[in-house]
Ligand binder design. Structure first.
Ligand SMILES: [Ca+2]
Ligand SMILES: [Ca+2]
Ligand SMILES: [Ca+2]
Length: 175
C-alpha cells in the first residue's frame, strides 16, 4: 500500500474508533463502538453482541501493546498514524469488522439490508449521504443487500488493498 493511501485509511479509521472525539483511542471508545453497533441492531444481550464486545477488548489490547508507545493507556492520533507495523492490529480489526456483521444483521437473514446499514452508520456518526454511498459501494453485485461475502471482502479491502478505488475502502463511510 502506498504511504499516502495507508495514511488516508488510518486517518479514517482513527476517526471512526475515537468515538468520543477526544483525540485518543481508549478502551472505552472501543467498548462504545461495539455497544453502538449492538444498540443500532437492538441486539443487547445476544451472544453475537457479547462476542463483539470481547473482540473489541482484544483489538484494544493489540492497539495498546503495539501502538501505545508512551504507555498512558491511550493511543494518540500520532501514535496511530505513524505506527510502522500494524499487522496484529489489522488482524484484530478485520475480525472485529467481520463479527460486526452478525450483530448488524438484526433480522438474522444472513445479509445486511439498506435499513440495517443506515441504522448502524447513524449510531456511529456517519453522515446519511456518506452512509448511502458506502452501502452502494459494498453491495458489489447490486442486489440491494450487503451479503456476508461482500462485507468480508469490503473489510479486507479496507485494511489490506492497495487499490484506491476498491469498493471496500467505503466500508466505514466516506472515503
Ligand atoms: Ca477517545
Ligand atoms: Ca438482515
Ligand atoms: Ca449484494
Amino acid at each position: 500500500m502506498t504511504a499516502a493511501l495507508k495514511q488516508r485509511k488510518l486517518q479514517r479509521h482513527f476517526e471512526l474508533l475515537d468515538i468520543d472525539g477526544n483525540g485518543f483511542i481508549e478502551q472505552s471508545d472501543l467498548r462504545e463502538f461495539a455497544d453502538r453497533i449492538t444498540e443500532a441492531a437492538g441486539a443487547e444481550g445476544s451472544p453475537q453482541s457479547r462476542a463483539l464486545r470481547t473482540e473489541a477488548d482484544r483489538l484494544w489490547q493489540a492497539l495498546q501493546k503495539t501502538l501505545d508507545a508512551d504507555g498512558d493507556q491511550r493511543v494518540s492520533r500520532d501514535e496511530f498514524i505513524s505506527a510502522a507495523d500494524i499487522t496484529q492490529v489489522m488482524n484484530e480489526a478485520v475480525k472485529l469488522g467481520k463479527m460486526s456483521f452478525d450483530v448488524i444483521d438484526s433480522d438474522q437473514d444472513g445479509r445486511i439490508s439498506r435499513q440495517e446499514w443506515l441504522r448502524m452508520d447513524q449510531k456511529l456518526g456517519v453522515a446519511p449521504a456518506d452512509s448511502e454511498q458506502g452501502f452502494q459501494h459494498l453491495d458489489m453485485d447490486g442486489d440491494g443487500f450487503v451479503s456476508k461475502a461482500e462485507y468480508a471482502k469490503g473489510v479486507e479491502e479496507f485494511y489490506r488493498s492497495d487499490d484506491p478505488t476498491a469498493p471496500g475502502n467505503w466500508s466505514f463511510g466516506k472515503f
